[in-house]
Design a protein around this ligand. Structure first.
Ligand code: ASP
Ligand code: MG
Length: 488
C-alpha cells in the first residue's frame, strides 16, 4: 500500500476486533466447497469475521482466456467460455439455495454475464485487450463468487451483507496491477465495514478488485485477493488474517517432490518472504508486506481439512537456527565469469545489462576480487548470452541446474547445518554454495536430474520421521468453536 500513516492505522482500534477470512478459488470451487466455507465462517462468528473471496476455482484463467480469444478474433470460442461459466454458476447457485432465493440471486448474476458478452464484443471490435477492459472483465469473477457465497451464508442463517469491493479498495490507476491507496482505502473501509461489524453483520466481499478515485474498476494483479484481505486486515487492525486454501499450510518442501513433507506450524514473515522468493507457493508477496509492517498474524489454513491446524506466520519465530523448509527451483543456469584483470564495477554493470536484455533474473551471486559466479533463472537464449559475456571476460556456463535453498531464521550462522548438508549429499556434485548472504538462507546448485534426490535426502536429514511426534500441536485457534449465532 502506498503512503500509509501510523496515525490512521492506530485509529483502527484495539487488536482483536475481527478476523479477516480469505477463501481462495479452490475453497469455493463448487457447492460442496462453499458449504464447507459456511461451516468455517460459523466458527468465527464471535470474532467477528470479514469474508473476502476469490472467483470460483479456475474462473479468472477462463475469463482471461476468453478475453484474449475475443481480442484475437476468436469471438465464438470466447462466447463459449462465457456460456460455460454462466452454466457453472447457475448449477452452483441452484445447489446452494432454495428456488425463491435462487430467483433473486440469479437476477443479480445474470446482468453480469450479459455484461461479459457485451465486453467481448467491445474487445473484438478493438482487436485488443486494453488493461482497463481486462480489469472490468476479470473482476466479474469475484463479483459472481461473492454474490453466490453471500447467498449461501444467508441461506445458512447468518446475518451477512454483501459489500462492493469497488466501494472499499481505492487504488492507483495501474490497471491489471493496481495498488490500494492507503488513506482513501482506510477511510472507505472504515466507513463501509465498521458499521456493519458493530451491528453484528458479517461483510462478504470479492477480493482482487478495487476502483480508482474516479470509480474506474481495477484489479490488484493475479492472486490479488490475498492483498485485498491483508489490506482490509491492516485497516481494521484485525486479530489475524486467515488465508484459506487447499493445502494444510506452508509445507517443509513440495509434497509432489517428497511425500514426507510436513506442515510448518509457525514461521516468521521473513522466512515466508524468503520462501516465496525461492519459488514456494506460499502467499502473494503483497500479503506478507502489509501484514508484516503492522505485525498482524497471517494463518495459512486448509478449508478441506480445517483440523490440520495450518501455519501461523508472525513477526518472530520461536525456533531460530533451525531449517524450516527446503525449496527447489529447476531450470537455472550457472555462469562463472573471470575477467582478465580485477573485477571492476563497470564490468558488473555490463554483465547485468546483458542478462537483463535477455530476461534472465538473478537468483544467487558470489564474487571474489577476480571472479564472479551467478545463478540465473533461465530467460531467453543461453548461448547468445554466453557469447556476449565472452566478449567481456572468460566465461563458463552450465544449464539444466536446480537451485536448492534451505530457509530458516539465523541458519546461516550455524556452520554445522551446512556441514551436515554437504555430508549428506556429497556424492551429488554440489556446485556453488552460498551461505551467509542472507541470514536465513543456505543455497546451492545441483544437476536438475539429481534435485529430487537431494531434496528427499535433505528432508530425511533435517526432518527425521522419528523426531516429529509432538512437534505439531494443534494451535489455539482450533479450540472449540463459538456457538453459532443464527439471525435469519
Ligand atoms: N481470482 C484472482 C486470480 O485468480 C485473484 C485471486 O484468486 O486471488 O488471480
Ligand atoms: Mg484465483
Amino acid at each position: 500500500m502506498t503512503g500509509q500513516s501510523k496515525e490512521s492505522h492506530e485509529a483502527g482500534g484495539r487488536r482483536g476486533e475481527c478476523v479477516v477470512m480469505k477463501f481462495g478459488g479452490t475453497s469455493v470451487e463448487d457447492a460442496t466447497a462453499i458449504r464447507r466455507v459456511s461451516q468455517l465462517v460459523k466458527r468465527r462468528l464471535r470474532h467477528p469475521p470479514v469474508v473476502v473471496v476469490s472467483a470460483l476455482g479456475g474462473v479468472t484463467d477462463q475469463l482471461l482466456n476468453a478475453a484474449k480469444s475475443a481480442a484475437g478474433s476468436r469471438l465464438e470460442s470466447a462466447r463459449e467460455v462465457v456460456r460455460h461459466l454462466r452454466q457453472r454458476h447457475q448449477t452452483v447457485a441452484s445447489e446452494l439455495v432454495e428456488k425463491q432465493q435462487y430467483e433473486c440471486l440469479w437476477a443479480e448474476l445474470e446482468p453480469a454475464f450479459d455484461m461479459l458478452d457485451s465486453l467481448l464484443d467491445e474487445i473484438a471490435a478493438a482487436g485488443a485487450l486494453l488493461p482497463q477492459v481486462q480489469d472490468r472483465f476479470l473482476g466479474v469473477g469475484e463479483y459472481l463468487s461473492s454474490k453466490v457465497l453471500h447467498a449461501a451464508l444467508l441461506r445458512a442463517g447468518f446475518d451477512v451483507t454483501w459489500v462492493d469491493s469497488k466501494q472499499c479498495l481505492v487504488t492507483d490507476e495501474v490497471h491489471t496491477h493496481a495498488t490500494p491507496l492507503w488513506e482513501e482505502t482506510t477511510e472507505r473501509v472504515r466507513t463501509v465495514l465498521l458499521p456493519l461489524l458493530h451491528s453484528g453483520q458479517v461483510p462478504v466481499l470479492g477480493g482482487f478488485v478495487g476502483a480508482t478515485r474516479d470509480g474506474v474498476p481495477t484489479t490488484l494483479g493475479r492472486g490479488g485477493s490475498d492483498c485485498s484481505a491483508a489490506t482490509i486486515g491492516v485497516v481494521l487492525n484485525a486479530r489475524r488474517i486467515e488465508i484459506w486454501t487447499d493445502v494444510d499450510g506452508v509445507m517443509t518442501t513440495d509434497p509432489d517432490l517428497c511425500a514426507e513433507a510436513i506442515r510448518i506450524t509457525s514461521m516468521s514473515f521473513n522466512e515466508a518472504a524468503e520462501l516465496a522468493h525461492f519459488g514456494a507457493k506460499v502467499l502473494h508477496p503483497a500479503t506478507i508486506a502489509p501484514a508484516m509492517q503492522h505485525n498482524i498474524p497471517v494463518w495459512v489454513l486448509n478449508s478441506r481439512n480445517s483440523e490440520s491446524g495450518g501455519t501461523e506466520i508472525t513477526a518472530h519465530t520461536r525456533e531460530n537456527g533451525r531449517v524450516k523448509a527446503i525449496t527447489t527451483k529447476p531450470g537455472v543456469a550457472v555462469f562463472e565469469i573471470e575477467p582478465s584483470r580485477r573485477l571492476r564495477p563497470d564490468l558488473l554493470r555490463q554483465v547485468f545489462d546483458i542478462f537483463e536484455r535477455h530476461q534472465f533474473s538473478l537468483e544467487v551471486l558470489s564474487a571474489s576480487h577476480s571472479s564472479l559466479s551467478l545463478v540465473m533463472s533461465a530467460g531467453g537464449d543461453l548461448p547468445a548470452v554466453a557469447q556476449k559475456l565472452g566478449e567481456l571476460a572468460k566465461v563458463r556456463w552450465e544449464s539444466h541446474k536446480a537451485l536448492i535453498c534451505l530457509v530458516g531464521e539465523k541458519i546461516a550462522r550455524s556452520p554445522e547445518i551446512a556441514s551436515q548438508v554437504l555430508h549428506a549429499i556429497a556424492d551429488l556434485e554440489i556446485r556453488l554454495i552460498c551461505q551467509g548472504a542472507s541470514e536465513r538462507n543456505i543455497s546451492f546448485v545441483v544437476d536438475e536430474s539429481r534435485a529430487e534426490e537431494a531434496v528427499r535426502r535433505l528432508h530425511e536429514l533435517l526432518f527425521p520421521v522419528g523426531a516429529r511426534a509432538g512437534t505439531h500441536p494443534a494451535p489455539a485457534v482450533y479450540q472449540p468453536a463459538a456457538p453459532a449465532r443464527t439471525t435469519a
